[in-house]
Design a protein around this ligand. Structure first.
Ligand SMILES: Nc1ncnc2c1ncn2[C@@H]1O[C@H](COP(=O)(O)OP(=O)(O)O)[C@@H](O)[C@H]1O
Ligand SMILES: [Mg+2]
Length: 318
């Protein structure tokens, strides 16, 4: 059920999952007037505010790179708050390149945003505009997902040979950096470090690799203290359009970009329960969807369970 809301927002009324910021409105799309041109990713709506960008995490969810028709209550809030947690905590110790966040306080956003602060609060950030590097920077501490598939078939992960005898979900002796392309349509493709170096230049490739590994390692320690394993995560980098300074952009260490596993249930030799959209993927596979548009609708209980997974991930950290 969709309706045109006051702020020009296409809303879907969902059941309230928490009695605080998450209650009520599920935002599947925004259509704010007076905010400059809008771009829409699978999950985020981005408004060009001149020298900066307004990044809004909607409640959209994608699976197998296809956006599903239903929004997930609380999802945009969870993604934004988790990113905020990491941008705050991981930079505390210093020694890192800058990140793109200017502020997440809607009162400090430009005047044109002020009519929309009710919707923006908690799910948006004002960020530096960047030219995104055409690669996704993935760090893996454990063998899971596509990495496990490749290892099982060829003994490699993204072309890097790993020791023999690893089981599914095993911890690697040290985290590895496994970049991929950033496909504008369709699926990302794993590439070797050398290919990445050809794409963006050797010294830039080396720098993003080192920053990616450092962020993963810092995050893994914080997660461990909270009883969670970060199996892998995807980071994005961009260059400031004028100064060309490198910065960390996009979301950071959320269930959409990372695999989080509860430590107390961790058992190598099988796939692990996780806080990401595995629940949704399993449902979609159980009904035999071929992963091609149009996507099927999600039943209410699947929406609810997914929402709970996201909220639980946030509660573990914040
Ligand atoms: N600071 C930034 N400047 C420019 N683009 C950015 C910035 N931060 C994130 N982005 C881009 O915004 C988009 C975020 O929207 P999202 O819905 O997550 O897209 P996607 O479908 O590519 O995952 C991504 O394409 C990301 O590269
Ligand atoms: Mg994204």
């Amino acid at each position: 059920m969709k309706s045109e809301g006051d702020g020009g927002i296409v809303q879907q009324k969902g059941s309230s999952i928490m009695n605080n910021d998450l209650s009520g409105t599920v935002v599947v799309q925004t259509n704010f007037k007076g905010l400059g041109s809008k771009r829409q990713g699978k999950v985020r709506d981005m408004y060009d505010l001149g020298d900066c960008l307004l990044l809004i995490a909607s409640d959209r969810i994608s699976a197998f790179d296809v956006v599903l028709p239903e929004g997930i209550p609380g999802k945009g809030y969870v993604l934004t708050q988790l990113s905020k947690f990491w941008f705050d905590r991981l930079w505390e110790a210093g020694g890192l390149i800058p990140h793109h966040v200017r502020t997440m306080d809607p009162e400090l956003y430009p005047a044109a945003c002020q009519p929309y602060t009710d919707i923006l609060a908690g799910r948006s950030m004002l960020v530096e505009k960047a030219d995104p590097l055409p690669v996704e920077c993935i760090v893996r501490g454990y063998v899971a997902g596509s990495a496990w598939k490749e290892y099982r078939q060829q003994g490699t992960v993204c072309g890097q040979t790993l020791p023999s005898g690893l089981q599914e979900s095993d911890k690697l002796s040290q985290p590895i950096f496994t970049p991929s392309t950033k496909a504008t349509v369709g699926h990302d493709e794993n590439i070797s470090f050398d290919t990445m170096a050809q794409l963006i230049g050797g010294s830039l490739a080396e720098e993003v690799k080192q920053v990616s590994l450092m962020l993963y390692q810092r995050a893994a320690v914080l997660a461990e203290e909270r009883g969670l394993i970060i199996a892998d995560t995807k980071l994005e980098f961009g260059l400031h359009p004028h100064t060309k300074a490198l910065m960390v952009i996009d979301e950071l260490l959320t269930p959409d970009s990372s695999r989080f596993w509860p430590k107390d249930e961790y058992t190598p030799g099988r796939s692990q329960p996780s806080f990401d959209k595995q629940y949704v993927r399993d449902y979609l596979d159980s009904i035999g969807w071929n992963h091609q548009p149009p996507p099927p609708s999600l039943p209410e209980d699947v929406v609810y369970q997914t929402s709970q997974k996201y909220v639980e991930a946030l509660e573990r950290f914040v």
